[in-house]
Unconditional design. Structure first.
Length: 325
């Protein structure tokens, strides 16, 4: 992975990063969808890893000494500011809307994201030019790991300071991996509700525990992932694509609830679900399929604008150019 100056240079760069952050924020709100997937789709994934990796002990030391100018020379703060603003504003403005859709019509929301992720698998998978056994094995392993994670039954763990610290560290690692949702990891670890409560009630100790865990997880895991991408680029890309393939199991729009439980607030939630086929001859399915197509075509178009080699667009144009017999 080549490190480069990833600070935005033009107003268009700022706008692109802002909306990329918005897409990441929207994805992070939905359990089962990862903000890392959106970063991967929209071409800022490796830039994001480099930006996170730039925050090291030297930067922290300079920050504690209030040497702000030196910190700003090392950290690509304009990149992080544009991306972070998009993430934060989207979460603040869309959280209630998306939560409402999740409660009332989850199949519509998941249909859109299913189209996004499926198109991303095709677009990124097409960039793997050598299908050697190690590449195929990495992709299969990634898909298997993701399916194992997203089909696990949520557990109940006491929200001690140490448990919250490790939950924050593990969840943030998942959040920057395409295909694995950090919020879903918190749900599996039995801490999703606890973290939301801590934020809502402004429980400083719990918030700091999760926050410091997340910071440490980001600093460590971004370096590990960056090192792997530098040395084993294609196998790691195949592994990440595998994660995205496995995540399709979780974001399949049509579910059947097999088992429910009651949280400590008295709200019922699904513990185990099974995927099912939709009722095809309905207006609801037609609208869900339309949202799927919009998501699929949106990613396909964006990828083709960046690479000019998207396989779906190339195939479509090739067929249109064939002479009529």
């Amino acid at each position: 992975m080549i490190e480069r100056d990833n600070n935005p240079k033009t107003f268009r760069d700022y706008v692109r990063l802002f909306f990329t952050g918005g897409a990441m924020g929207a994805a992070d709100i939905v359990p089962g969808v990862s903000g890392g997937t959106m970063a991967f789709i929209l071409g800022v994934y490796e830039d994001l890893l480099n930006a996170i990796k730039s925050v090291d002990l030297q930067v922290i030391k300079l920050g504690l000494q209030l040497k702000i100018r030196e910190v700003m020379e090392i950290v690509p703060w304009r990149f992080l500011l544009a991306l972070g603003t998009g993430i934060l504003l989207t979460i603040l403005t869309l959280a209630r809307v998306l939560s409402s859709i999740m409660d009332s019509d989850p199949e519509y929301l998941f249909s859109f994201f299913f189209g996004l992720v499926l198109a991303s698998i095709i677009a990124i998978g097409a960039k793997i030019d050598q299908w050697q056994p190690v590449i195929i094995g990495s992709m299969v392993a990634g898909a298997a790991i993701a399916v194992l994670i997203v089909t696990r039954t949520p557990s109940r763990i006491e929200p001690t300071t140490l448990n919250l610290f490790f939950s924050g560290m593990i969840a943030i690692m998942a959040m920057i991996l395409p295909g694995i949702s950090g919020s879903f990891i918190l749900l599996i670890m039995g801490q999703y509700d606890n973290v939301l409560d801590a934020v809502s009630n402004f429980e400083i100790v719990s918030i700091l525990a999760v926050g410091f865990g997340a910071i440490l997880g980001l600093m460590l895991f971004s370096r590990v992932l960056s090192w792997l991408l530098n040395r084993y680029h294609m196998p790691v890309i195949a592994l990440l694509v595998g994660f995205m393939i496995g995540s399709l199991w979780k974001i399949w729009p049509w579910k059947e609830t097999l088992e429910t439980d009651i949280d400590r607030h008295g709200h019922e939630y699904a513990v185990r679900e099974a995927n099912r086929l939709p009722e095809f001859i309905t207006s609801e399915f037609a609208f869900a399929f339309l949202l799927f197509l919009i998501g699929f075509l949106l990613v396909t178009y964006i990828d083709h604008q960046q690479s000019r080699t998207n396989p779906v667009m190339v195939l479509f144009r090739r067929r249109n150019r064939q002479p009529v017999q």
